[in-house]
Write a protein that binds this ligand. Structure first.
Ligand code: NAP
Length: 263
């Protein structure tokens, strides 16, 4: 075991499923102590059990990231249990629908922004003074290729991820002189709870071989393939990387797009 995060203390949101869950398990394997949060408490319990079984050190807290009060309580739990926090992974997110423009609902836009944008904003706001004071810290925001280009999600989801990428850059520039690094990961098509209906539909329609066909590697990915990039950005190996939005997307953002909707 490499133990690239040995002794580090990390908070990961949206850790019950998908990319957050895979990251929690890889972080534990790499030696990190963990505070895991999710709205899905039963899922958190299962991840905790799995990590305890590996001999890891993990605490869980049910948290709705769209609530500033709940985020504050989550960060306080981290500081109470570990005294310091080295890493924050703002991963929790929701996707929303694919309605055409004239049928979009503002309450859906609002909910997506509350979780995908304000969640990371609250968490960054309440951890940043601690990281600046210690002159160390790594924050990783899980955005999406949808925040870079069209065709990978609905309007509200895509706009929320573009906002998150920009928040990543502006915040990174504000705190770089304190040796605090802030980066975003932009996943492509990953098989998780969020995309499960799409994968199931493709499989039942006999179109499995078309999943991920627009990217250069011609396949979708597993959440572990994103978790590896998150561990890298969290680790000291990435000590000179900040303010970046790194695509983990099989090359989809490297090529010219196909006009119109692709999903
Ligand atoms: P996932 O399997 O649905 O996992 C997301 C987790 O976040 C779920 O456990 C979910 O709980 C939880 N969650 C939802 N709303 C929450 C809230 N308000 N507070 C706290 N937790 C909440 O999805 P995923 O694909 O791993 O997504 C992780 C991140 O990657 C998201 O930010 C997503 O936008 C991004 N991403 C995913 C893909 C992809 O292809 N999968 C591509 C690009 C970017 P419930 O299940 O109970 O809702």
């Amino acid at each position: 075991m490499a133990e690239r995060l040995k002794g580090k203390k990390a908070i990961i949101t949206g850790a019950s499923n998908g990319i957050g869950r895979a990251s929690a398990i890889l972080f534990a394997r790499e030696g990190a102590n963990l505070i895991l949060a999710d709205i899905n408490e039963a899922g958190l319990g299962q991840v905790q059990e799995e990590i305890n079984g590996m001999g890891g050190n993990v605490f869980i807290r049910k948290t709705d990231v769209s609530s500033e009060e709940e985020i504050k309580a989550l960060i306080n739990l981290g500081l109470e249990k570990f005294t310091d926090i080295d890493i924050l992974v703002n991963n929790a997110g929701i996707s929303g629908g694919l309605d055409v423009l004239e049928e979009q609902r503002l309450d859906e836009w609002q909910r997506i922004y509350e979780i995908n944008v304000l969640g990371p904003v609250y968490a960054t706001k309440h951890i940043i003074a601690h990281m600046k004071e210690r002159r160390k810290g790594s924050i990783i925001n899980i955005a999406s290729v949808a925040g870079i280009m069209s065709g990978a999600g609905g309007n509200a989801y895509s706009a929320s991820k573009a906002a998150l990428i920009n928040f990543t850059k502006t915040s990174a520039c504000e705190v770089g002189s304190y040796n605090v690094r802030i980066n975003a990961i932009c996943p492509g098509l990953i098989e998780t709870g969020m995309t499960q209906p799409f994968f199931e539909w493709a499989r039942s329609a006999g179109k499995e071989n078309q999943l991920g066909k627009y990217c250069e590697l011609k396949r979708a990915a597993h959440p572990e393939e994103v978790a590896g990039a998150i561990v890298f950005l969290a680790s000291d190996e990435a000590s000179y990387i900040t303010g970046q939005a790194i695509a983990v997307d099989g090359g989809i953002t490297a090529s010219m797009s196909v006009p119109g909707r692709k999903i």
